[in-house]
Design a protein around this ligand. Structure first.
Ligand code: ADP
Length: 595
């Protein structure tokens, strides 16, 4: 601050002109001497011969220094001090007192006088005091100026602070909104759902009357409206193109990969292609860019007062998230359609293999029939092997077919309200030769209060047969298998318990995964496709149920499934696609795993 003020001569005042001094004395000789001396030092001196005169001239003169006698008839020097100080708190008043009248000098100082000199005085000493008085006054003025500037700076600072706070508040709110939107968008991977949500939120968040989301057709330069909010889609045909990359206002926007705004003051806005109504007043168009390529364009339109920097900024942030979400959905849909194709292919191939295989099996059976053919032992042995292998192939193809149908959610279910016990009994019947081969005992406990369930008897029979064959496969010869059907509050529980070798905890997570077999000697001996449990899980889930295992190595395993008393339609089919092998394992003495 001081550096800005050029050094001022002692005889000059703040504005650089000669400092003004008012000499107040009723003794003309004193006043003249002072006036002459100070005048010769470069000051502008005014003389007042009485207190009254001083009080009269001070307001106009605004002296830099007042040199006043204290003993004045009428208005005293003390009153001059008071008056000057009232008028200007920084007034520099030097009082001249008579010899030995220090009391009045002290009183003058108390009233704000700068200094006092006693008569008779030395003019040079007076000049020194005058100089320091002027300096003092100058400093005070500078201080005041600094204070004023400080106050201004402070005000500026608080204004900035308020602005900053507001910006932080807006940014925080935007981030919170973006977070919420992101959560909402992430909740569903379906592309149609996402684009609708993105369009609706874009319009809502920037208070636009409508929004349109154009998607780029993959691998082309063609864009087409995929969703609107506040308008309706209006396409000429299933393959019509609304605009092309680089062409027109919208095409230029995507080609530049930068947002564009159209202000109503710029005239009639470009018409929105592919939607009705097409006319708009104001526009904010934001390209949707993911991994360096444009996947679409988000256009908000018709906002009261037009779109500003804030809305454009928000939409740009919003669009960067939306682009990723859209790209993920597109990839998901792509994978899904590939998966569907694969499942369809597998289903067709399996079906095509099964038909000739069934006839081969029939032919082998016929060849082995002693009624028609006389075979020697060697030939019969070969026919038995061929028959067993054909059967294995048929089971494998059946499993693959079921699995591919389950994966594409096209395994038909014929649900009917019926008792489950006969289904379980029939499954037990199905494996009786297997039981006999290994001298196994099957105990089917009596069940009580089991209500009728909505089930597909064939499919539930398939599950029980599968679990029973596994129990047989992994049981030691001469062992026992317990089957129970019980009712709990909301479920019916069917369990198949064996005395086999059990399954180690580290293998549990792989149990319900496709083509997953636990690598043990028993497994290798027993053979199988590794699809049985996955199919069981799929069928049970199609019924709205769940499948679990409790197992202890060296003691045995208990596989059980729960079917709801009231089935939850449709829910299970979806679970199979997204989560075919969700497992968890916890230790409770024995090991338990849920699929
Ligand atoms: P697979 O048709 O090969 O038997 P599954 O899906 O039915 O296929 O079974 C997968 C694996 O789970 C089996 O290979 C075996 O390792 C294990 N497993 C299934 N049931 C039992 C059981 N009761 N006791 C021990 N291990 C079993």
């Amino acid at each position: 601050m001081n550096e800005l003020i050029p050094p001022t001569p002692a005889s000059s005042n703040e504005s650089g002109s000669a400092a003004r001094i008012l000499v107040v004395d009723d003794e003309p000789s004193v006043a003249d001497v002072c006036s002459e001396y100070l005048g010769s030092e470069g000051y502008e001196v005014t003389v007042a011969v009485s207190g009254e005169e001083a009080v009269r001239v001070i307001p106009q003169l605004r002296p830099d220094v007042i040199l006043t006698d204290i003993n004045l008839p009428g208005v005293s020097g003390l009153e001059v001090v008071k008056f000057a100080k009232q008028l200007d708190a920084d007034a520099c008043v030097i009082v001249v007192t008579g010899y030995a009248s220090t009391t009045s000098a002290v009183e003058a100082l108390r009233q704000g006088a700068y200094e006092y000199v006693t008569k008779p005085f030395d003019l040079e000493a007076v000049h020194k005091i005058v100089k320091s008085g002027i300096k003092n006054r100058r400093l005070k003025e500078q201080n005041r100026q600094i204070l004023v500037e400080l106050r201004e700076k402070n005000e500026q600072l608080s204004r900035h602070e308020v602005e900053l706070r507001e910006r932080v508040r807006v940014a925080t709110q935007q981030l919170r909104t973006l977070y919420d939107v992101n959560q909402e968008i992430s909740a569903n991977l379906e592309l149609v759902h996402r684009v609708e949500l993105i369009t609706a939120r874009a319009a809502l968040d920037v208070h636009a009357r409508s929004a349109v989301l154009y998607l780029r057709r993959e691998g082309t330069d063609d864009y087409r409206a995929a969703s609107t909010n506040g308008r309706s889609l209006h396409h000429q045909g299933a393959d019509s193109v609304d605009f092309r990359h680089g062409e027109g206002w919208f095409g230029a926007c995507v080609a530049s990969e930068r947002s564009l705004r159209w202000d109503p003051s710029a005239g009639v806005a470009p018409v929105l292609p592919g939607v009705m109504p097409a006319a708009a007043e104001s526009l904010a168009a934001i390209p949707l860019v993911s991994e360096g390529s444009v996947v679409g364009l988000l256009v908000a339109s018709d906002r009261e007062g037009g779109f500003h920097h804030d809305e454009e900024n928000y939409l740009t942030l919003f669009a960067s998230q939306a682009a990723i979400a859209i790209r993920n959905s597109q990839l998901y849909e792509h994978t899904k359609s590939l998966d569907r194709l694969k499942s369809e292919f597998v289903a067709v191939v399996s079906h095509e293999i099964r038909t000739p295989l069934t006839s081969i099996k029939g032919a082998i059976e016929l060849l082995g029939d002693a009624q028609y053919f006389q075979n020697n032992d060697q030939q019969n042995k070969l026919l038995t092997i061929a028959h067993a292998n054909t059967e294995r192939l048929l089971v494998l193809i059946g499993d693959i077919l079921d699995f591919s149908k389950l994966e594409s959610a096209s395994l038909p279910m014929h649900l009917e309200r019926q008792r489950i016990e006969p289904v379980v009994q029939q499954a037990a019947q199905n494996i009786r030769t297997l039981l006999a081969d290994k001298q196994l005992r099957l105990e089917l406990a009596d069940s009580h209060d089991v209500p009728d369930l909505m089930i597909d008897a064939d499919r539930i029979g398939q599950v029980v047969t599968n679990l029973l064959s596994n129990a047989v496969k992994f049981s030691p010869a001469g062992g026992r298998i317990d089957v129970t059907v019980e009712r709990s509050d909301e479920f019916v529980k069917v369990s198949i318990k064996d005395q086999g070798e059990g399954i180690a905890t580290h293998n549990l997570s792989r149990l319900f995964q496709k083509f997953s077999q636990v690598d043990t000697t028993a497994t290798r001996r027993a053979g199988g496709t590794g699809l049985g449990l996955v199919i069981c899980k799929g069928i049970v889930e199609q019924h709205g149920g769940t499948i679990h295992v409790e197992t202890t190595v060296g003691v045995g395993s208990s596989f059980y499934f729960l079917l709801p008393l009231t089935p939850i339609a449709g829910e299970s089919a979806r679970a199979i696609q997204t989560d075919a092998a969700r497992t968890d394992a916890s230790s409770t003495g024995s090991t338990r795993s849920s699929a």
